[in-house]
Design a protein around this ligand. Structure first.
Ligand code: SF4
Length: 212
């Protein structure tokens, strides 16, 4: 605060322009330093160069209406688009999660049926509450970081695996000019062993693909 006091004493006009509430301004004034804030109409919304200019000039005339935006969507060319096309075309029931792939809920995919919170898609799953025919159509989508962060508890804990999803079940795949090859297997052992065997199996599949 002494630095600010020293600065304010050396200028003709000290203006504090901060986005949102005047937190800094109130503290500075409470310390007995004279400072101007922004006009009330600029308390909301983002700051930009034009708005800062208006604040400095004390301009409180109505602001120009911003150009109309377009609805958000998954980026063109994003591989998530292919996934949501397939989920839509197969009429899957999609348990969603938080990430840019949440945009799969919007047209043209309309491909997400639930979205609760980060990590919930696997746990929500819906498979255990829906009739078997509908349960077969359920797919959970989740980003890799979110999966490791909290989504994995929907599979691994707290009571461990099930007959359908035993602990140690690993799927791996490789895509090449000849198509996609996928494998799965249940590796027995602790986490380190499962990780090592998974890595070996994935590298072996990749080696075979490259030798073809
Ligand atoms: S992952 Fe997200 S940010 Fe990246 S291309 Fe896809 S939609 Fe865009």
């Amino acid at each position: 605060m002494e630095l600010i006091r020293h600065f304010a004493a050396g200028v003709e006009r000290c203006v504090v322009i901060e986005e949102g509430d005047p937190v800094l301004l109130d503290s500075i004034r409470a310390a007995g330093i004279e400072a101007e804030g922004k006009q009330e109409m600029y308390r909301f919304g983002e700051l930009n160069v034009a708005r800062v200019r208006r604040i400095l000039a004390g301009d409180t005339s109505p602001e120009p209406v911003p150009p109309k935006g377009k609805p958000p969507e998954l980026c063109q060319g994003c591989s998530h688009r292919d996934v949501f096309e397939v989920l839509r075309d197969l009429d899957c029931i999609v348990s969603g999660d938080i990430g840019c792939y949440t945009l799969g809920v919007l047209p043209p995919f309309n491909g997400m049926d639930t979205c609760v919170c980060m990590g919930a898609s696997v746990g929500v799953g819906l498979r255990h509450v829906l009739p078997p025919e509908q349960a077969k159509r359920v797919v959970s989508v989740i980003g890799d970081s979110t999966f490791v962060h909290s989504g994995i508890t929907g599979i691994a804990g707290p009571t461990g695996g099930s007959a359908e999803k035993p602990v140690g079940l690993v799927h791996w795949a490789v895509a090449g000019p000849g198509g996609v090859q996928s494998r799965h297997r249940v590796f027995l052992g602790d986490r380190a062993i499962v990780r090592e065997w998974s890595l070996n199996a994935a590298l072996d599949l990749l080696r075979r693909e490259l030798m073809c």
